[in-house]
Ligand binder design. Structure first.
Ligand SMILES: [Zn+2]
Length: 255
């Protein structure tokens, strides 16, 4: 059965952390994605691919330096497009959002503006991921415009291109923040773990966190009944852990 989905990566490194996919695992993913088994398109083009086709869009949250050193060369060698969601307030610094490090999440360097601008020139898309990576429902409504519109201005000012896509930090949104997101972006991604349905709300697109699909050979079963069952189980498991752990637990699972 055919399947369209947005893939989420954060860091390509061998730490085994919940935000990491190993370098060999990532190379295997790239080999599958370049095999012709599925179409790989830009994030903005994916909703327009007919739902009877197998297609993916590749996204990377946070803009880790290892995108520049490890992921981009692998993608580029195979002609695979990807979108990197950058956090202007942390560009050239680290993923210690709000000045805090989280147990179990590696403290890693993020790409510089120079790297992001050069990636754009090489054909990668730069999307927005807020200015400082807050959970949007947790901040006052008066700060939403700065985090969203401000993020657009920062990225356009530094790379020359206005970002049209967005990823919600921690996948967290509510009606108020989604409304402002709609004003600024053509498409926005949550962390709701599922493939695309025939019709989707472009401001609340689901994605597949590749941490859960990193096992060797798993991607090769794309679209199969077994693959779909696994997605469903992972999705249920995540919801359950979120309920048990509360918002802090959810924030620990994703970035
Ligand atoms: Zn993030």
């Amino acid at each position: 059965m055919s399947m369209r989905a947005i893939l989420t990566y954060h860091s390509v490194d061998d730490s085994g952390s919940p935000i990491s996919v190993g370098r060999a695992e990532f190379r295997a993913h790239c080999a599958f994605l370049a095999s012709g088994r599925v179409r790989v398109v830009s994030l903005e083009a994916l909703p327009d691919v007919p739902s009877h086709e197998d297609a993916v869009a590749i996204t990377f949250d946070d803009g880790f330096e290892n995108f520049w050193s490890d992921a981009a060369p692998e993608l580029e060698a195979r002609g695979l497009p990807a979108t990197v969601f950058a956090v202007p307030g942390h560009v050239g610094a680290h993923n210690d959002w709000g000045g805090r490090q989280v147990t179990g999440i590696p403290h890693l360097p993020l790409m510089s503006w120079d790297h992001l601008a050069r990636l754009r020139e090489r054909g990668f898309a730069i999307g927005a991921h807020t200015r400082t990576h807050p959970a949007l429902p947790a901040i006052p409504a008066t700060q939403l415009e700065g985090e969203l519109g401000g993020c657009v201005e920062d990225i356009e000012g530094q790379t020359g291109v206005r970002p049209s896509t967005f990823a919600y930090p921690y996948g967290a949104w509510d009606a108020t923040s989604a409304k402002v997101v709609r004003q600024h972006f053509a498409l926005a991604c949550t962390t709701e773990l599922r493939a695309l349905r025939a019709v989707e709300d472009r401001a609340l697109m689901p994605r597949l966190d590749m941490y859960y699909l990193r096992a060797p050979g798993l991607l090769d079963r794309w679209g199969s009944a077994a693959f779909r069952s696994l997605l469903w189980l992972r999705s249920r498991g995540r919801q359950l852990r979120g309920l048990l752990a509360g918002p802090a637990g959810v924030a620990r699972q994703v970035a």
